[in-house]
Ligand binder design. Structure first.
Ligand code: SF4
Ligand code: SF4
Ligand code: SF4
Length: 580
């Protein structure tokens, strides 16, 4: 490794050759402002916020893409020339920006607004731009695009391309440039998979999750309605970030307490549905292996992945497990078994779910996700929307006590908790399938080979004398590589887990926004996943088939896993969708 001696703002440092100025400064405790830069996926040097002075260079340089390759390089990051340049960049951006901060969904959580404050912008109208009034795209169930707030940083374009989808990009040229779909089509009319990754990286209010919190407040205020909420495993691993808790904090207890104080009648855990999913999916897998079904069987918990398969790999739809997602299974049981037991008319139940995922907003409205005209789930809100509700209600989140879920559908195993991280569904399934096939309570619980955020993980296990080859991936670009192998007949796996979002649900499109200045340097996927693996390790029950409420459900209501009633309530079908 070749090291170079350099100076930053007159101070001597030693840095590895070809490190960018941005990274070198970061190593030495200097944060350089950025707007377009996203590590590995959008390193385009376009926004000009990260400009610095390099002695001898003819003009300022973009530090995010400028490699230090000379001994004795001298860099200035806060000279009057640099500060003036950054201020002018901000003023030019503002010249063509709607600047309605007070009513903007990203007020107080906007990277542009924060930089304007940091650089002391005094006159946001210093330059007069064209300021055309652009149409707002509200056509999808999961997001709203308001190009009047877009700064053309192209982070969303990179995130969408990284998902192997690429349905958004720049249209037109120069001052007329806008970001959108080809031929300015609405997002609902193209093959967007609803993952919401674009909303998680947008630095401004140009791309936001569709807000459905008003519907939830309305339902809670209706005395005729029984409003039941379920929360996905990954929500507890990130919600605290919205209230200043460090990344990697488990906020489960305070989240449950806040849901009760918001007025929900029952607080259940999607983990219950995750345990149930394993019983159904595990049974389906064993059946396919024993009876010559379509292999590899691919997991079906992630609705963004399902939509991707329907648009881009419809020939592989028979490989998908027919199991509904844990959200939908929990919803189906709330409106059937639980409603019957409690003597509640399912028509009076409003079933709300809190998800890390924006694709769930699409999923719950799909055909075949309900029974007799009653939807399994009525309203889906994201982690970010729940945080907004808690703030609106004035709840002092960090001061709340830790409370437990309502036990009826709120008891869960460690296997369910890890569903929120890539590899978790596979590990949970292996724990149960191995026990079921051997008829034993096996000591092996941890399947480390399928954990972690590597692009694709492969493993071979001996399960009750049978060789089971598995593959696990997350992020749709990685998924596409695996699917191409399967399509080409080159894969000999029996069981595959695919999650839409890179790293799994912990990094879902509806999770708290982490500014690029943090996201570029902290592995948020790993930090949040650790919360779930730690919780799993500390639970007394770690295999889904040990869940007492799942056992009782089969005994009292469903009969056998994979049986007729289970199929009616817990399984679904898929449709081929167009690619363009
Ligand atoms: S995007 Fe940011 S700067 Fe623009 S209106 Fe919203 S909060 Fe204000
Ligand atoms: S939701 Fe996902 S697929 Fe759709 S535009 Fe955004 S990044 Fe692309
Ligand atoms: S929508 Fe957001 S992420 Fe996309 S280019 Fe505009 S400001 Fe950047």
């Amino acid at each position: 490794m070749e090291m170079l001696n350099i100076k930053i703002n007159g101070m001597p440092f030693s840095v590895e050759k070809n490190t960018t100025i941005l990274d070198a400064c970061r190593q030495f405790g200097i944060k350089i402002p950025t707007l377009c830069f996203l590590r590995d996926i959008n390193e385009i040097g376009a926004c000009r916020m990260c400009m610095v002075e390099v002695k001898g260079a003819r003009s300022l340089v973009a530090s995010c893409v400028y490699p230090i390759d000379r001994e004795g390089t001298e860099i200035f990051t806060n000279s009057p020339k640099v500060i003036e340049s950054r201020k002018t960049t901000l003023e030019l951006i503002l010249s063509n920006h709607d600047k309605k901060c007070l009513s903007c969904p990203r007020n107080n959580n906007c990277e542009l607004q924060a930089l304007c404050k940091e650089y002391g912008i005094e006159d946001e109208n210093k330059f007069e731009g064209a300021n055309p009034v652009l149409p707002i795209d509200t056509t999808t169930d999961h997001l709203v695009r308001n190009n009047n707030k877009c700064i053309l940083c192209r982070r969303c374009v990179a995130a969408c391309k990284e998902q192997h989808v690429g349905v958004i990009g720049p249209n037109n040229r120069g001052f007329d440039t806008t970001i959108g779909c080809a031929f300015d089509q609405n997002l609902a009319d193209v093959a967007c998979v609803s993952c919401g990754q674009c909303t998680a990286v947008c630095p401004t209010g140009a791309l936001v999750v569709k807000d459905e919190t008003a519907k939830v407040f309305e339902a809670i205020a209706d005395p005729e309605k029984v409003v039941i909420v379920q929360t996905a495993p990954a929500v507890r691993a990130a919600l605290g970030e919205e209230f200043g808790m460090p990344i990697g904090t488990n906020a489960e207890g305070k989240m449950v307490a806040s849901l009760r104080r918001l007025g929900f009648d029952k607080v259940f855990d999607t983990n219950f549905g995750a345990d149930l999913t394993i019983l159904e999916e595990g049974t389906e897998f064993i059946d396919r292996v024993k009876n010559g079904g379509v292999l590899p069987m691919i997991t079906s918990c992630s609705p963004g992945w399902i939509k991707f398969c329907e648009h881009y790999y419809p020939d592989l739809l028979p490989n998908l497990s027919t199991c509904k997602s844990p959200q939908q299974m929990t919803g189906a049981i709330i409106k059937s078994y639980y409603a019957e037991k409690e003597g509640i008319d399912p028509k009076n139940i409003v079933s709300v779910s809190v998800m890390p995922c924006t694709a769930k907003k699409f999923e719950h409205k799909r055909d075949d996700q309900g029974k007799d005209g009653i939807k399994d789930v009525d309203i889906v809100i994201t982690t970010r929307e729940l945080a907004d509700m808690i703030k609106k209600a004035g709840l002092q989140f960090t001061e709340l006590p830790d409370e437990d879920y309502d036990p009826a559908l709120g008891i869960f195993t460690g296997a369910a908790v890890i569903f929120g991280a890539t590899g978790g569904v596979m590990e949970a399934a292996l724990r149960s399938v191995a026990d079921i096939l051997t008829g034993d309570d096996l000591k092996k619980v941890d399947y480390h080979e399928v954990r972690g955020t590597q692009p694709i993980k492969y493993a071979t296990y001996d399960v009750a004398g049978m060789e089971v080859k598995v593959a696990v991936t997350s992020g749709l670009d990685n998924a596409a590589k695996l699917l191409d192998e399967i399509r080409a007949g080159k894969a000999d796996y029996q069981f595959v887990e695919i999650m839409c979002c890179p790293g799994g649900c912990v990094n879902g499109g509806g999770q708290p926004i982490v500014p690029a200045s943090v996201r570029n340097y902290v592995d948020i996927k790993a930090e949040r996943a650790k919360v779930l693996y730690d919780q799993d390790a500390g639970l007394p029950m770690r295999k889904s088939h040990e869940s007492p409420i799942v056992k009782k459900l089969y005994e009292e209501y469903l009969g056998e896993p994979g049986g007729h009633k289970a199929h009616e309530l817990l399984h679904t079908t898929y449709v081929e969708r167009t690619k363009y």
